[in-house]
Design a protein around this ligand. Structure first.
Ligand code: NAG
Ligand code: NAG
Ligand code: NAG
Ligand code: NAG
Ligand code: NAG
Ligand code: NAG
Ligand code: NAG
Length: 499
């Protein structure tokens, strides 16, 4: 249940986390209290790489060679995490939370203009559609208004600039005027226009081309030429079901919970071993080692599904959890891509000092914890934009302080980062990002181990005590005070452009 405003009002006056000193409960009491150095040392590259290899094997055993939400590859991933956690006896309460959503399992697009094949962007959720040798008809302005579409788009292909309104609105208006298809040209120099139509729809098929190509076509057609195109678009969309796996330690104070998460699904293109199998394996390895000791505060680990579809698994958790559950989470930590081959030592910029996007009280403190820890080992630390563009987005939105580590995705390594930490400046952190080559061969084992030990450090620190860490503040998640609210919904995934 999403909290109602009256529920918020009722608790808004109080600080959320309780300061009681609940005793660790359960059989785990015979175990020693977690020790920071020992927990860190117990996280080994061998275990991490074994986990990564297991996930790769799961992916490669399926026809799609991936671990896409809703497919066998992901269901087997979920089973893997469940089995691993259950093998630890009764240390954790392990739950599976079902999530079903419509997803695109495959998509193909081909486009020719004047008989020549052109590079086209496939729009997510595009419908099946075919047209052959139909004239292109440029629309007026940017095609956000029905009046922009001339009568002669009927039976032809509308040629529309990207911008201002969504791709879906452009396809809808063109379809209403009788177009058989639409081609959207980019408004920036960044390859063919591409993005998402947002979900299952009844729109005409849409392709994307580059800005230069689009502008050239408009100019030639305005000069009197007739230019034709052919297009073949198809996609297979169906409901995919999979699960979040959530494991909560039985030991520890349930009113002051440390929560950690990583996403367990991959994109359709490949096995997703760095993105974000590495984060999943990092928290699993720490969860397994943690089971040898107890903590004063409860620790909850989550493996989220459908992150790649737009943070859906984590959003589902936050939307369906009761306020009573969410209000007891003192801190949420996220680990996505922690073994990039051309890595950085990235820490989420929770204090906003680098990107001017800060989080609820506590986000700055956890950033400092990770920074200090990495710097003590002589690493040069990079700030990662605290944009909410991963599974911590819904937690930020709720007003829960967040933090995390990452080693870089599609950003470009700077000279300074290369000079301090090695690697190659001027190329991206993970050249295999979202590709078939994102597999075990291409992980950096050393950075994988370092970052996973960073997870262990945070677990040991906050699992032992919240001393010096701000209390949750209910007021902070209501009204205008929610400064850190980001558009974490499907729109905020970098791979999901709506317009
Ligand atoms: C496209 O056609 C295929 C084959 O008939 C079908 O399985 C699929 O569901 C169709 N896609 C859409 C988006 O309707
Ligand atoms: C997905 O399931 C919903 C609810 O059962 C249904 O309405 C919808 O048509 C399904 N979508 C597809 C693509 O089958
Ligand atoms: C930081 O963000 C705030 C709020 O969006 C804005 O008012 C302020 O000008 C920004 N500061 C800088 C240095 O960009
Ligand atoms: C991993 O990806 C690389 C690069 O694409 C490829 O050469 C290698 O064969 C892949 N590994 C396996 C086990 O398929
Ligand atoms: C709680 O948050 C509100 C809004 O950000 C702030 O004005 C208030 O001072 C905070 N209270 C405490 C005790 O931190
Ligand atoms: C969030 O995204 C939606 C869809 O793109 C947009 O309509 C809305 O204005 C955005 N909200 C904020 C606060 O940016
Ligand atoms: C921190 C980080 O790079 N996380 C990535 C994990 O995967 C998602 C989906 O591919 C990316 O958008 C994130 O950037």
């Amino acid at each position: 249940m999403k909290t109602t405003s009256s529920a918020l009002a009722a608790s808004a006056v109080s600080l959320l986390a309780l300061t009681g000193h609940a005793k660790p409960v359960g059989r785990a009491e015979s175990k020693p209290l977690v020790n920071d150095d020992e927990l860190q040392a117990s996280v080994t590259v061998a275990d991490l790489m074994q986990c990564a290899q297991d996930l790769e094997d799961i992916a490669y055993a399926t026809p799609g060679r991936n671990r896409l939400h809703g497919t066998e590859g992901h269901l087997n991933t979920v089973k893997y995490f469940e089995d691993q956690l259950n093998s630890l006896g009764d240390y954790y309460t392990v739950e599976k939370q079902e999530y079903t959503t419509e997803i695109v399992f495959s998509s193909e697009a081909s486009l020719t203009i004047d008989g020549a094949e052109v590079d086209t962007g496939a729009f997510e959720f595009v419908n099946n559609g075919t047209w052959t040798d139909r004239p292109l008809v440029p629309v007026a302005n940017i095609g956000c208004d029905a009046g922009d579409y001339p009568d002669n788009v009927e039976g032809n292909v509308a040629l529309i600039s990207r911008g201002t309104c969504t791709f879906a609105i452009k396809a809808q208006l063109a379809g209403e005027k009788g177009a058989v298809g639409a081609i959207i040209y980019n408004n920036v120099d960044a390859g063919p226009a591409a993005g998402t139509l947002g979900g299952v729809n009844d729109l005409i098929a849409v392709g994307g081309i580059t800005k230069a190509e689009g502008e050239r076509l408009v100019e030639e057609i305005s000069g009197g030429s007739t230019i034709t195109s052919s297009g073949v678009f198809s996609s297979y969309i169906a409901n995919g079901t999979s699960y979040n796996v959530i494991a909560t330690s039985k030991a520890g104070d349930p009113n002051n919970v440390l929560m950690l998460g990583a996403h367990s699904d991959s994109v359709v293109e490949g096995p997703g071993i760095n993105d974000n199998g590495s984060g999943s394996c990092g928290i699993l390895t720490v969860a397994k080692q943690l089971a040898k000791s107890i903590t004063n505060n409860q620790v909850r680990f989550a493996w989220w599904t459908a992150e790649e579809e737009g943070l859906l698994g984590a959003t589902h958790y936050v939307e369906t959890a009761s306020a009573a559950v969410l209000d007891k989470i003192r801190l949420y930590l996220n680990f996505d891509m922690i073994a990039s081959p051309n890595y950085i030592y990235g820490v989420y910029d929770g204090d906003g000092s680098a990107y001017n996007l800060s989080g609820p009280a506590g986000s700055a403190e956890v950033e400092k914890l990770f920074q200090d820890w990495l710097q003590e080992s002589g690493h040069f630390v990079s700030a990662s934009e605290f944009s909410g563009r991963s599974d911590y987005g819904p937690f930020l939105e709720y007003g829960i302080p967040c933090g995390g580590l990452d080693t870089g995705a599609d950003g470009i390594k700077t000279e300074e980062e290369a000079a301090n930490n090695g690697g190659t400046a001027g190329i991206i952190y993970d050249p295999n990002y979202h590709s078939a080559a994102d597999n075990v061969t291409n992980l950096n084992p050393g950075v994988f181990e370092t970052m996973s030990r960073g997870i262990a450090h945070a677990v040991a620190t906050y699992g032992t005590s919240w001393q010096g860490f701000p209390l949750r503040n209910a007021t902070a998640r209501t009204g205008a005070a929610r400064r850190w609210t980001r558009n974490y919904t499907r729109a905020s995934k970098s791979s999901r452009k709506f317009l």
